[in-house]
Design a binder for this molecule. Sequence first.
Ligand code: GLN
Length: 486
Amino acid sequence: MSNIIDLSLSELVSNIKNKKLSSYDVTSEYVERSKKSKNLNTYIEETFDAALKKAKEFDTKPDLNKKLPGIPMAIKDLFCTKNVKTTASSKILNNFIPTYESTVTQNLWNDGAILLGKLNCDEFAMGSSNETSYFGNVISPIDKDLVPGGSSGGSASALAAKLTPATIGTDTGGSIRQPASFTGTVGLKPTYGSCSRYGIVAFASSLDQAGPMTRNVNDAALLLEVMSSFDNKDSTSVDFKRPMYSKDLSKDIKGKKIGIPKEYRVDGMSEEIEKLWENGKNYLKDCGAEIIDVSLPHTKFALPTYYIVAPAEASSNLARYDGVKYGFRTKGNNLIDMYEKTRSAGFGDEVKRRIMIGTYVLSSGYYDAYYLKAQKVRRLIKNDFNNIFQKVDAILTPSTPSSAFKIGDKSNDPVSMYLNDIFTVPVNLAGLPGISIPAGLDKKGYPLGLQIIGKSFDEQNILNIAYSMEDKINFKFNLKEWWIND
Ligand code: GLN
């Protein structure tokens, strides 16, 4: 058998089910490797001893009907985990220990998974490079100077470095798909309402969605199957019959119509990305799909719309962190002074920037001009997709306008950082599912991803398209282990 850490999630599951491996075999390998990964700064909280104990318990009475039997998994620190510190990578939640579990993580544990630890991310998931975390930057295992993407940067880095067999992230404007694209991994943002938001630290409630981050498409299908459930603790959870995504995975996409939106050919896009996109079209044709040019005319408004709606919702969600209810508090001369001092010291710069933008666009003089206008444009963006989906089954675009950039390259220029989300935010604004799969390398040898966008609740279809493309692309990436410290 190959090394345990080289096995995909699905392979691990079948080896445990066939009793070729025990949960302890697998968990101890991941714990040992994770302990040597300090250079990447992926873990904020390690629960290794508890994980090993749970693995032993699992092995004494293994329930092999579970979908993730005894599988260890490290998780983005935005998901509340009962009795395990949950910080959202912030100072203000630095000492917050939830008394409840998020529904999505509970679904993982109910199906046999075991928590390895909590992974670093951008503070309150605000960022595209994992440089805004209170706990420091996450480093990409690809190169010590590179960002892993964000906000699920710790998750992407841990996944690519094989510190966890698979993981989950959250995606408000691209935070699953962009880091997946930067690290040569698979990331899926489900339709809004598919995975419960209960117990996930809120960023922008009408956009946030949890989803799988995995080494291949099959694993993404399996993990989504476990994560997605109707939940009456989340009023936006949708009650529909969830397919068995992994069981129904198929490479037969003959006759599928795939749209290529011309508006995604943005100014200054590199030839490499053009070429990647072109290759993607050819792979699809090889699979028997039909390529159709389409137009999504309001695409150019997606980024400004997102950067009004998301900060507006964030400023409202973050109002709860006042030094009284959760976490960190600074002394003040009176109540208002305590609020001010706590929030000034407790939030980082990017979060403060979003709070300021958000409160500005929601303030009485500007509400109509900004927030209300943005909501109207959001509807037009959604209508564009609805129109296109009369003619095509899915849409193919690049996942990001470039490969991973260097640490520090964009951190002083928020607009250039925000531009990185140009291909991912329209999907969140429209509430649609999107998947990024590794599709090639740029000149520097860094991974590039392609994104497949689907109709609402049509995850099976985009998974099938990704599955057939994955076969044709046959992406190979040799990761050097420069970061291991013994
Ligand atoms: N990069 C985007 C932002 O900073 C998206 C973040 C996310 O999806 N959580 O808002």
